[in-house]
Design a protein around this ligand. Structure first.
Ligand code: PEP
Ligand code: MG
Length: 575
């Protein structure tokens, strides 16, 4: 049967392929009470599900024995078998069905929570983290109970045509999936600027988030058309629709090839203003793509991705190698390395704290200052990799002058420790701050007096100004870069920095979205940092822009406050 699903498109393009369901998050679980005469049947249903999962795990082990044969993977499967057979999970769930007269899904998730809370009490970080394995095993059982096909050896096509369908993906999951060649990502959860969406966008493949029930409605191997521009998924399309989308796909391909021709053209407006186009990267090896797409430097290296998907912390040598790869790879062009922005949705595996409100908690520079040992390792590694005048340090989430002073003091300690060891580094390395908390935007002078440059993080600036959790799909529709408060705040930051002669860039998602290029140019912005794959579309917009006209219209936009009026003027600006 063919049907259409809707979500929020977060990365453009069209993909046609087969669904591959990822087992990564807990499914929605029905809760109901049973009459006494149904209890035995319910227990049998759970026993049956447990034995199906047992067979699945066995099949995975055999399949892996014939394939890559990674020893770690086998250990991990054996661990899952042990968890499945642990009486605290399976036996206790069977007993609970009888005692509480509840359905099997409810019983097994209850037991999962009991087991997880036991794991959370363990001191050893590695063992504590095994709670994720408990959740994954239970998810397999739930999938069987809820009528989804079992997770037999993944029928992943290695021709890059598989489309990943997940309930939710953490940024760490997406990084892992980077190695597989998926042609699109679909998730039930997530907002347009969640880190998951950002990472997916960096892969330059269509992605849709906030689909709500995709994981329940789509089956393994279903044929899918993903239209990332419109946030639409067509499940099992007929041949006419398929032909139409194949045509659209080849038109988009043609357009991409045309754009490729401008990659070595300088970004200059029609009236001669030069604009600096920089790249955002997450992993050192992405510098190649940045150069390929003609970036003039790295405007944001999100160094925290070096810390994800591992049980230990990257040491100074490893970080030094990573930063040197980027600095050397850019061959003399500037490189801005942001110190780790961990916390919120980018957590270390060893993180044991659960915060009520992670976006407002111990994140980014707050965590760096709370973990000075870890911060010092990173600062020394960045300094050692620095090339005079070209490498810069960017501090995320600064909100007070006290934090700036403490950070600068830490940088001075790191420098002194290197001097004591006679190691070379850039003595005059420039230090900048992300402007992404309204408090920083509204007291900019404090920061400009102490620091060398600013980089506006529109993703967080919007999140904190409009009080919208960027990872929450329930409020994704309220995330509005054109809200008058955001526009005025942006214009004010860019203008104040311009007056003070402090370099300012935008490195949030707005910089890479060509809908906002003219608006930002009109506010006076001359430095944009974005994913390499977005550079050419933004450059095309700049090449066709005439600053005096744009500036005039932007002033009108900044005076407007009715959303319809703002929309109308922005459309005019872009026409
Ligand atoms: C931002 O907040 O806009 C930004 C660039 O940082 P991140 O998306 O990594 O929080
Ligand atoms: Mg941010």
């Amino acid at each position: 049967m063919s049907f259409i699903l809707y979500g929020v498109g977060v990365s453009d393009g069209i993909a046609i392929g087969h669904a591959h369901l990822a087992s990564s998050a807990v499914l929605n679980v029905p809760h109901y009470l049973l009459p006494k005469n149904r209890i035995e049947a319910e227990q049998a249903r759970l026993r049956n599900a447990l034995s199906i999962v047992r067979r699945e795990l066995e099949a995975l082990k055999i399949a892996d024995g014939q394939g890559s044969g990674l020893a770690e993977f086998l250990v991990f499967l054996e661990l899952h078998q042990m968890i499945l057979d642990d009486p605290m999970l399976s036996q206790a769930a069977l007993e609970m069905i009888e005692q509480a007269q509840c359905n099997a899904e409810w019983a097994i998730t209850q037991q999962m929570e009991v087991l997880i809370s036991r794991f959370e009490e363990i001191e050893d970080a590695y063992l504590r983290e095994r709670k994720t394995d408990v959740a994954q095993v239970v998810e397999r059982v739930l999938k069987v109970l809820l009528g989804h096909p079992g997770y037999t050896p993944p029928p992943l096509k290695h021709d890059g045509s598989s489309i990943l369908v997940a309930h939710d993906l953490s940024p760490a999951d997406v990084m892992q999936y980077k190695q597989h060649q998926f042609s699109a990502f679909l998730t039930d959860m997530g907002g347009p600027t969640s880190h998951t969406a950002i990472v997916a966008r960096s892969l330059n493949i269509p992605s849709i988030v906030a689909m709500q029930h995709a994981q329940q409605l789509i089956y393994e191997n279903d044929n899918l058309i993903v239209d990332g521009n419109h946030g639409i998924v067509i499940v099992n399309p007929d041949k006419y629709i398929l032909a139409e989308y194949r045509l659209k796909q080849s038109q988009l391909e043609l357009e991409k090839r045309k754009l490729w021709r401008i990659r070595s053209v300088k970004a200059i407006t029609l009236d001669g203003a030069a604009v600096e186009l920089l790249a955002n990267i997450e992993l050192p090896q992405e510098v190649e793509q940045a150069r390929e797409y003609g970036a003039m430097g790295i405007g944001l290296f999100r160094s925290e991705f070096l810390f994800l998907n591992r049980d230990d912390l990257p040491g100074e040598e490893e970080q030094f190698e990573a930063y040197s790869t980027v600095v050397n790879g850019m061959r003399g062009q500037p490189v801005v390395i942001r110190t780790f922005d961990l916390g919120a949705d980018k957590n270390l595996r060893s993180a044991y704290r659960t915060t009520l409100n992670p976006a407002l908690g111990l994140r980014a520079i707050r965590m760096s200052l709370a973990e000075p040992g870890m911060f010092m390792v990173q600062l020394r590694a960045i300094l050692r990799a620095s090339v005079p005048g070209k490498t810069r340090i960017l501090i995320p989430m600064l909100s007070s002058s006290r934090e700036v002073d403490q950070t600068l003091q830490m940088i001075e300690f790191a420098k002194q420790s290197l001097r004591d060891e006679n190691r070379s580094f850039d003595e005059h390395i420039k230090v900048g701050c992300m402007v992404e908390i309204p408090a920083a935007a509204l007291s900019l002078e404090l920061f400009m007096r102490r620091l060398d440059f600013l980089s506006i993080g529109t993703n967080d600036l919007i999140q904190y100004t409009l009080a919208i959790d960027r990872t929450d799909e329930a409020v994704a529709h309220l995330f509005d870069p054109l809200h008058p408060a955001i526009l005025r705040l942006l214009a004010q930051i860019i203008q104040s920095a311009g007056k003070a002669g402090v370099p300012v860039s935008v490195c949030g998602e707005m910089a890479g979205d060509s809908k906002y290029t003219r608006l930002l140019l009109g506010m006076g912005l001359r430095q944009f940092s974005m994913y390499p794959t977005q550079l050419l579309t933004v450059k095309r917009e700049i090449l066709g822009s005439h600053l005096p006209d744009i500036t005039r219209l932007t002033q009108k936009i900044l005076k407007a406050d009715e959303p319809e009026k703002i929309q109308e003027l922005v459309q005019k600006l872009n026409s």
